[in-house]
Each structure stands twice: as structure tokens, then as C-alpha cells.
Design a protein around this ligand. Structure first.
Ligand code: C5P
Length: 238
């Protein structure tokens, strides 16, 4: 098994390490929770563990559905071995219901169903507050080729199909989510993470928010909500 060596990159919620295998990295999920492009950061006990196990569970479900992911081996409570991807600096966002920046941008009502779901692209750049971009920006600036972008979009919509059903079966609405992709030996592969830090999940009956909006909006019970989602999906936490 590949062993952890030096730090490659410290993100807002995860630290990435090189390993003895040039094709593998280790992601360490920390308890740090950030909002507003890192302006607000707090430590939330158990969050690293919950997100690591939640992410691995989701990535396994996606692999079973034929979606290539970087996840390889769950190593410990807060670490996972992954394929080393050359990350594409573009965030793919799908929305099934209006919320967050869409509501602000277009003045629509929160919770409005979006049929078909919307697909949006954002540039991963904290200093610029992740500006919205379009397909031609991605290709013209060389962040991805037209073929890679088409693959990212198709995979993102497939992820939405798989996960919307998975969460629906657990009594949850997958409101929206963000994905990041990278290249592994030239192939487009799902990277980063899928956890309640990067999606919106509402209880179907009460529409209670069970995701990072609890942190962004100061609603409290953040990790408790993540644990409730994990428990409803059957993610083994202990
Ligand atoms: O803020 P906005 O409404 O555009 O976010 C859409 C979805 O993407 C939300 O689920 C949010 O958690 C996620 N997101 C993210 N990281 C970002 C921006 C958005 O995980 N930098």
C-alpha cells in the first residue's frame, strides 16, 4: 500500500499528501469548515470523519453505476487513498431546485423545481470568488478541451441521476451540488469530494436543511445534520 510522504496542497477543508506511489495521493479530511471563500473558518468536531466516510460511500455508489472516480481505499477515519489527477480548475454545478447563488442572481423563489435540472460552470478561484463562466471560456482559456468538457457535463448529469434517486430513497431532496474533475492518464475522472459540504440536501417532508447551509446561515447543528444524512443513507460511521 502506498505510504504518505510530503504535503502537496492544503485546501480549506482537506490536506493532500504525496505518497510512495507517483499515481496516488492521500486526502486528509480536516474538521475545518469554511464559508464565504474562506473568510469564515471554524473547527467542527467529527466533521472530517463524517465527510471522509460519507464521500467514500458515495464514490463507491458512483463507481458501481459506472462513473469513474478517484477514490481507491478508505485508510482511516479521516484519510482516503485516491488516484492522482491533474485537476481541471472548473466547478460543475447541477441544480434540481433553486437555492443559493441562483436565487440571488435571478431573484427566483427558493425551492422552485428546475425541470430539466440546470448545469452551470464556475472557475475555481477564491480570489475572484469563483466567477460563473461558460463553455467557450473553458475551451478558449484551455482549462479543458471541448471533448473533456462534454464528458464532464455528461458525467455530472449521470451523477445527478444516480444520487437524486439515492437521496430520494432516504427521504431527502438533492437540491444542488458541485463536482470537480481531473485527468488520470488522459481520462476524465471525478475528483475532490461529495459530501454535505458541497451539496444541498433538504428533508423531503419538512424541507429542513441538512447541509453546509446550516453553517453558512448560522443555523447550528451542522455535524449533527451531516450525521443524520449519513445514518439515513446507511453510511457506516463507527
Ligand atoms: O453557492 P451556489 O448556490 O452557487 O452553490 C451551488 C452548490 O455548489 C451548493 O451545493 C454548494 O454547496 C456547492 N458549492 C461548493 N463549492 C463552491 C461553490 C458551490 O461546494 N465553491
Amino acid at each position: 500500500m502506498a505510504q504518505k510522504t510530503t504535503e502537496l496542497y492544503r485546501g480549506k477543508a482537506k490536506t493532500v499528501y504525496h505518497t510512495t506511489d507517483a499515481d496516488k495521493l492521500i486526502l486528509h479530511f480536516r474538521n475545518d469548515t469554511s464559508a464565504f471563500d474562506g473568510e469564515r473558518i471554524e473547527q467542527l468536531a467529527r466533521k472530517g470523519m463524517v465527510n471522509n466516510k460519507f464521500n467514500f460511500f458515495i464514490m463507491q455508489k458512483l463507481e458501481q453505476a459506472g462513473i469513474p472516480t478517484q477514490a481507491e481505499v478508505l485508510l482511516s477515519d479521516d484519510e482516503v487513498l485516491v488516484k492522482k489527477l491533474a485537476m481541471i480548475p472548473v466547478e460543475c454545478v447541477v441544480r434540481n431546485f433553486a437555492a443559493g447563488s441562483l436565487v440571488k442572481r435571478l431573484g427566483v423563489e427558493e425551492g422552485q423545481a428546475l425541470t430539466p435540472p440546470t448545469f452551470e460552470l464556475f472557475l475555481k478561484n477564491d480570489a475572484l470568488h469563483d466567477p460563473m463562466i461558460n463553455d467557450s471560456h473553458v475551451v478558449s482559456f484551455g482549462w479543458a478541451t471541448a471533448e473533456q468538457l462534454a464528458e464532464m457535463k455528461q458525467l455530472t448529469l449521470r451523477v445527478n441521476d444516480v444520487l437524486s434517486r439515492l437521496f430520494d430513497d432516504a427521504g431527502l431532496m438533492l437540491v444542488d451540488f458541485k463536482l470537480e474533475f481531473g485527468l488520470f492518464h488522459g481520462k476524465v475522472v471525478l475528483g475532490d469530494e461529495f459530501s454535505p459540504d458541497g451539496c444541498r440536501l433538504w428533508d423531503k417532508a419538512s424541507r429542513k436543511k441538512l447541509d453546509k447551509d446550516r453553517f453558512r446561515q448560522g443555523l447550528g447543528g451542522v455535524v449533527e445534520a451531516y450525521e443524520e444524512v449519513a445514518q439515513r443513507l446507511g453510511v457506516p460511521l463507527d
